[in-house]
Structures are given as C-alpha cells and as structure tokens.
Design a protein. Structure first.
Length: 288
C-alpha cells in the first residue's frame, strides 16, 4: 500500500512508520514545514493542505497530536479542541474530495471517550462519556464524517495508555487508591494494530486498540517496578493528584476504564504483547 501519514515523528508515529515500511508499504509524510520530494505539506491551523499531494494513496494514517500539559486552562482546552477538529476535519474533507480516494482513513481518538465506569467492562458499543475529554474525542471522531460519507472506510482508534517513550522510564507508584482499572497497549503492539486496521476491511468505525488484559493501577505500578528492577515510586493520594493536575487527574489518572478490544478479537487479531510485564520488559529492553 501507498500510505500518507501524519505524526511520523511523534511517540507513536516514530514506531508506526518503520513498522509499516517493514511490512512492504510505502510511507509518505505529512509535514508542516517546507516538504522534501517525498513529503506533503499541510498547515491544519490555517486549513491548508496540498490537494494534489494527497491524491493516489491507498490509505491514510493520522496519529499527530499536540502535547497536553498537566493542568488544563480554559485557553488550552480551546486549543486542544481546535487542534483535534482542525486536523481531523481538514484531512477528512480533503480525502473526500480526491479524484482517487484512499480505501481507508485511520486516525487516533482516545479512551477518554468512555466515562469512568468502575468495574464495568467497556467495548466499542458502550455508552460514551459527557465530560470535556469525552466530548473532545466524540467531536473529533465526528469531524471525520465527510470521509465516511464519501465511501472511505474510516477507523477511529480509541487509544489508551501507550507503553512507550519517557513516561514508562519514570519510577511511578500507585495513583489514588490504585484500584482503578488501567487499559493499556504496548507501543509496538499499537503499530501492529494500525497495520491490521489498514488491511482488514471488516474493521470500520471505532476500534479499541487495547490489551485484552487491563490491570488495576496498583498492578501497573508493581509490574513497572519489577520490569525496571527497582522499588515502585511513592504513592500519590487522590487529593494530591487533584491539586497537581486539576481536571486531568479526574478525567484520566483516577478514572477507571476496563476496556476490551472486542472488534479486534472478533476480526481475528492476535496480540503480540497481551501481558503487562512482558510488554514493559520489551519496551524497556529487559530480558523476559
């Protein structure tokens, strides 16, 4: 496949692009700067993209994102929303207008679309949340509607905590009481899932790219300390997290989301890293 990709240099994209290439696909980058010969320029903030440059692709992958700070001010929340709607909407409208449309458009959404649900098991068919993060993700997914209406197979990946990058190298401890469910996915697993969604026609609409084995937050901290070969970091009470992080603590850190990859399992996907400690050791480069 010839694949156009946004977010190639990010924490997720930097693994996805090489994986797609290793599977025999050609990856062309969407960039905001002056493009090289094998790149296509876009400027979502200004609503600009090279319409000729996006012609002739078999698939499009959008995993670009902006960095989220610990505390969300009203101004930043507005920026988060504008960024999500601008990037998803610009791509969807442009792809819908192509003379030769791509067969599939895969883009990143997030697990925050689901409400904190305690012990309840969540699938793609579950009720969606109504807080700021949920509405952000819901509206982001809705912005891709023009592509779907044009006959393009659209897949929104409701991505959970990704085990990768600098975050898992920190000495984290239990958050709050540690009983909240944490859904997760290994970074290399996510690359494999994105490839699978590109080539599997049965996958349409929202997909949960999560391990089938979610863990409680306390289990996550213990598994990380074992993989790192040290003691878990200090526990942080819920009130401290709320003081430090404000709304983000309640929406993402203390929330309990026990998410299952129902659509992936039904489509026959075989997980490479289904267990938390094995996935952490793989990412950290530690022998199992």
């Amino acid at each position: 496949m010839r694949i156009l990709m946004a977010g190639v240099n990010g924490m997720i994209g930097s693994v996805v692009a090489p994986y797609l290439t290793s599977q025999g696909h050609e990856v062309v980058r969407l960039v905001r700067r002056e493009p090289a010969s094998s790149e296509v320029r876009w400027d979502p903030d200004s609503g600009l993209i090279d319409p000729e440059g996006v012609e002739g692709f078999d698939g499009v992958v959008h995993v670009a994102s902006m960095r989220w700070p610990l505390r969300w001010t009203p101004k930043f929340k507005q920026q988060m929303r504008q960024n999500r709607l601008a990037t998803n909407g610009l791509l969807a409208r442009t792809l819908a207008g192509c003379r030769r449309k791509p067969r599939v458009f895969v883009f990143a959404s997030g697990m925050g679309i689901y409400p904190s649900s305690g012990e309840e098991v969540l699938t793609e068919a579950s009720t969606l949340g109504t807080d700021f993060v949920a509405l952000l993700q819901r509206d982001g997914e809705a912005a891709a509607a023009p592509a779907s209406a044009a006959g393009i197979r659209v897949v929104s990946l409701r991505i959970p905590m990704v085990l990768g990058g600098a975050a898992i190298r920190q000495n984290m401890g239990r958050m709050g009481d540690g009983r909240q469910w944490s859904s997760w996915v290994a970074r290399d697993e996510l690359a494999s899932i994105i490839h699978y969604t590109l080539v599997t026609d049965a996958l349409v609409g929202p997909v949960n790219p999560v391990s089938p084995n979610p863990v409680r937050n306390a289990e996550m901290a213990t598994a990380l300390s074992r993989a790192r070969g040290n003691r878990a970091g200090p526990s942080l009470p819920a009130f401290v997290l709320r003081l430090m992080m404000g709304e983000m603590a309640e929406a993402l850190v203390l929330a309990s989301r026990r998410i299952m990859p129902a659509k992936l399992l039904a489509a026959g996907y075989q997980f490479r890293f289904p267990e938390i400690e094995t996935a952490l050791r793989h990412e950290l480069g530690v022998a199992v």
